[in-house]
Ligand binder design. Sequence first.
Ligand SMILES: Nc1ncnc2c1ncn2[C@@H]1O[C@H](COP(=O)(O)OP(=O)(O)OP(=O)(O)O)[C@@H](O)[C@H]1O
Ligand SMILES: [Mg+2]
Length: 445
Amino acid sequence: MRLSRYFLPVLKETPAEAQIASHRLMLRAGMIKQASAGIYSWLPLGYKVLRNIERIVHEEQARAGHIAMLMPTLQSADLWRESGRYDAYGPEMLRIRDRHERDLLFGPTNEELITDIFRGHVSSYRELPLTLYHIQWKFRDEIRPRFGVMRGREFYMKDGYSFDLDREGALHAYNRHFVSYLRTFERMGLQAIPMQAESGPIGGDTTHEFLVLADTGESEVFYDAAVTDIRMGARDIAYDDRAACQAVVDEFTALYARTDDTHEDAVFEAEVPEDRRRRGRGIEVGQIFYFGTKYSDPMGASVTDPEGHRVPVHMGSHGIGVSRLVGALIEAFHDEAGITWPEGVTPFHCGIVNLRQGDAATDAACEGLYAALAAKGLEPLYDDTEERAGAKFATMDLIGLPWRITVGPRGLKAGKVELTSRRTGESEELSPESAADRIAQIYGV
Ligand SMILES: Nc1ncnc2c1ncn2[C@@H]1O[C@H](COP(=O)(O)OP(=O)(O)OP(=O)(O)O)[C@@H](O)[C@H]1O
Ligand SMILES: [Mg+2]
């Protein structure tokens, strides 16, 4: 992409309404524009990051054997009356009436709709286990939308629903999600700590939330400092292997980590040595639930078991806040000058800054680099505008691409361009070919 042809409406001024870094930087970097309270348009740069996160979520769900589909945003109120949640959900649910006076709602979550799909098509234990998920816009009429996409009213969520014959099967589905979420967040460069949590309106008693530690997070958390040392890392996992999944869950849940809803001082003090006790804040980026037959019972979603009896299926639901993650990532990765994207989610692989637009040799070198990177399947953002060098650097720092290649007439005389890391600020002089090779090597292409 050439900046002269892109749509990147960066703001010079710091928007007054933004209280936290991620909101401020998303507005300044031209990633989002508020449409109304808690509802945002995703401008091209923000949309690219959103899609990168979505792609990682899809890839890790596929790896875990979960199946993608797409359900609508609007749902019939009748289904929610069946589960009893139409009245129970409260003012967070946006209720709509169509021209035929039928009650609809903008889905805040999808347990009812997926249970209806399941009961219409599945009738035998032989078709289990089954996990279906989608990534779709949700609406919750939050009383206090704030912090930009972190607490929106309309937000983009991955929600998955697992169906199993019995509790053991359902707990394995729970564990599969647990492991796949750890992998998902780590691939984005994030550490999200699984914590014992409370279930809220979804219901159920077995639940973990995944939290990214951040002072600006809305949840209060209590944990053993040693949990922050545990990583999935490069280990692979056989998702059908119940013991292997359970072992990972056991490893990540052995140490104390709870949100304030489930925190108990006495247990905290008994289990955690004083010097490792931490109290802080976190951003909830995912949550998994096992809730048994809470929906399958009232809605009649049952299967025949091997003995021929009809039994209600055991279900779980498992969510990731895809749009909230964009904000959470920026909270974790920014400095005074702007965003510092990790390679896993960056909107462009690198920037190319032309220090003298219009100079034949400099233009040609930039074009050559651009073509070389594109030929490797990489997507650079080439600043081919007439701006001064200082302004170009400021924009690149603001939008936070992890790598920048600077091309100027002086360096080129010696056959060199400059490769700079956004995170460390360190620069290196290289030939244009080596710079392109280096970028390719970083991204493993
Ligand atoms: N208003 C919102 N704006 C953006 N993302 C959200 C919002 N509400 C929930 N999410 C994201 O969707 C994920 C799954 O939804 P879930 O039903 O668990 O939310 P929740 O527990 O009600 O969230 P919260 O406690 O933050 O209100 C959450 O972990 C969170 O990352
Ligand atoms: Mg939650």
